[in-house]
Ligand binder design. Structure first.
Ligand code: OAD
Length: 253
């Protein structure tokens, strides 16, 4: 099916004050970074309980550190794609844009998005597991291939959120408040299966936002969406931005 938005919904989108975007691994797929679920996904290759929990790090810190170090090298080598860049263009179209991401790759920021809330932390930093002091991951990797020691006696870990951990302080409150107050909620490239991030889609829908989903496959949260753009983010997002720009131009002229 070709991409389509009904006129009445397009008008609501184009005239909204506040836009909130929630992104997941799918937006970085076209930058060459793998997603977690589905055929060939990361969680088919390794087990969450071996690499993405605080218990895994306590049990086997070197393996976990090296796995994240390898992923960081891939992320650092990747470039933002047309999907990331389309989101940057949205900043010029709405008075208020907040991009909440579950991704730890930093590609939204590198594309030029200003207001990014990293719900699952970011891999560009390492954080002491004991005293929470941070240092750039690149500096940590220059020191050793093992997790570097901290002056406090602890060791550094990736500055990301693992399963069983809370989101960074204040992040969920800020995200939920933004979801409840926005006119448009755009969810991109997420399976909608990991709480509490996925729950933000329902928060926005229940508060009356127009919910747009960009995902070539149905997600667990597709039912909340008023508009399902079932295409890759690198195609659907530039198309959406153009639609909004065209509507604005028509309404001006
Ligand atoms: P998933 O791997 O669960 O889902 C990725 C989604 O992206 C799927 O629904 C795909 O259909 C979709 N997708 C694939 N290619 C796409 C493209 N080119 N454009 C748009 N969508 C595309 O990733 P997340 O939902 O981000 O958490 O996963 C959520 C969390 O689970 C992650 O942050 C991570 C993971 O475990 C932690 O590690 C704590």
């Amino acid at each position: 099916m070709p991409l389509h938005i009904e006129d009445a919904l397009l008008e609501r989108i184009a005239t909204a004050e506040r836009l909130v975007v929630l992104t997941g691994a799918g937006i970085s797929a076209e930058s060459g970074l793998g997603t977690f679920r589905g055929a060939g996904g990361l969680w088919e290759k390794v087990r969450i309980e071996d690499f993405a929990t605080p218990e895994a790090f306590a049990r086997r810190p070197t393996e976990v550190w090296r796995w994240y170090a390898e992923r960081w090298r891939g992320m650092r080598a990747a470039e933002p794609n047309p999907g990331h860049r389309a989101i940057v263009r949205l900043q010029a179209l709405f008075p208020s844009v907040l991009v909440m991401t579950q991704n730890i790759d930093g590609l939204h920021q590198r594309a030029g998005t200003k207001n990014v809330l990293e719900l699952h932390g970011g891999l560009r930093c390492a954080r002491c597991a004991s005293c929470s002091r941070r240092m750039p991951m690149d500096d940590a990797l220059a020191i050793a291939t093992d997790p570097p020691p901290c002056a406090c006696g602890g060791i550094y870990r990736p500055d990301v959120v693992w399963f069983g951990e809370l989101l960074p302080e204040g992040a969920l409150e800020r995200a939920a408040a933004a979801a409840a107050a926005c006119g448009v909620f755009l969810t991109v490239g997420t399976s909608g299966t990991v709480m509490p991030a996925a729950g933000l889609i329902g928060v926005a829908a229940q508060a009356g936002a127009v919910v747009i989903e960009v995902n070539p496959e149905p997600s667990a949260m597709s039912g909340f969406a008023h508009i399902n753009l079932d295409e890759a983010a690198g195609i659907a997002l530039p198309w959406l931005v153009e639609k909004i720009e065209q509507w604005r131009n028509r309404s001006r002229g």
